[in-house]
Design a binder for this molecule. Sequence first.
Ligand SMILES: NC(=O)C1=CN([C@@H]2O[C@H](COP(=O)(O)OP(=O)(O)OC[C@H]3O[C@@H](n4cnc5c(N)ncnc54)[C@H](O)[C@@H]3O)[C@@H](O)[C@H]2O)C=CC1
Ligand SMILES: O=C(CO)COP(=O)(O)O
Length: 392
Amino acid sequence: MNKPRPNAGTRANTIRRRPVVLTKRSTTAPTRVAVLGTGSWGTTFAKILADGGADVYMWARRAEAAAAIDREHRNAEYLPGVTLPANLRATSDLKAAITGAAVVFIAVPSQALRDNLTAIKPLLGRDTIVVSLMKGVEKQTGLRMSQVIEQCLEIEPERVAVASGPNLAMEIAKEQPTAAVISSVSLETAQEVALLARNRYFRTFVNTDVIGTEFGGVLKNLIAVAIGIVDGVGYGENTKASIITRGLVEMTDFAVAQGAHAETLSGLAGLGDLIATCQSPLSRNNTAGRLLGQGYSLASVVKQMQQTAEGLASVAPVLEIAAASGVEMPIVQQVKRVIEGTMDPRDIAPHLTTASDEPQSEHGETGEIAPLGTGSVKSGSRLWRRLFGSGR
Ligand SMILES: NC(=O)C1=CN([C@@H]2O[C@H](COP(=O)(O)OP(=O)(O)OC[C@H]3O[C@@H](n4cnc5c(N)ncnc54)[C@H](O)[C@@H]3O)[C@@H](O)[C@H]2O)C=CC1
Ligand SMILES: O=C(CO)COP(=O)(O)O
């Protein structure tokens, strides 16, 4: 991995005033938006937008996939049994999908984002907002998806937003009520996107903590793989509850070290998504973990998975960033070792069973009650000093 770009550092600069003035969108005509990617989440999100009143044009890589959505109002491959809104159009012509769109939503696999952005860049309007629906980090660089978007499209962070939350596509496609967070360094942008992406079954909240919102989605995937491994091995609810709880501490420690607000990790994009993903057999990360727990190799798991399980590619870059920030992630470490085949899945959770020299405090290394998200920060590390000062 190349040296990761710092995750924009301090908490203060996650809340920024927007320096550019956006053209106000018309309130009378439906807003034209594009959704790039017609997998399970892209298609579901397009339905959310269309059901919320937007004029949605989807882009599919394959002409047959676009034609089927356009003609039959179905995406049988990814959302069997779901009827899509009649006003939802699809094309395999990227230019046709993007031209005239006020907002472009992207839902392709994270590792394919950069290549797609090259084709998207010349087609974007001057003040088009770009929204990441993805929950991965780029393997080569460790960058979050919004960072890749800003870098490749050379657009201001104020024109970029991300959506995250407990959002298992199939449940939402069946119109089961759900909430999500839309995050942008510009509150105005977040609000504009949130107004578009809401309807009678989908409620959107906003925040300006892009780092926390994005990492929440990335990190819960890794804990969901661990939970899948536990399931595959056949351990029960105590093990899972312990891993979910300690996993949230790892997620929060990591995200806070990158500049996120701890509260974001306790919200929809953190705890909310962690619960949904760890509990549901619909989760691809959970499914991948279960197969690993049953003893399948990574190559075999990837072969068996029909859809994207982002966690498998995020493990290594997340651990590299964690090491550089002095954050310990024992659960994610174990997931990596099981994926690599250097640990027997049945040995999952040694951090729960191995007796260390002295009992570790649940809340922090001093044994005093510390805020969530300081459980495994190394004493004396840069982050430790930032959180507690050098005197503790
Ligand atoms: N499915 C879900 O419930 C949710 C998924 N997400 C995120 O959305 C993103 C996309 O995931 P899904 O739609 O679920 O994946 P998916 O596996 O269902 O679909 C991926 C789509 O991307 C297309 N694709 C594959 N390689 C491509 C490439 N090189 N260039 C362009 N398109 C390519 C596929 O043809 C397919 O249409 C992921 O980051 C995932 O974490 C986020 C929230 C919910
Ligand atoms: O992000 C998701 C739910 O919020 C989907 O999880 P999976 O990618 O594991 O299916």
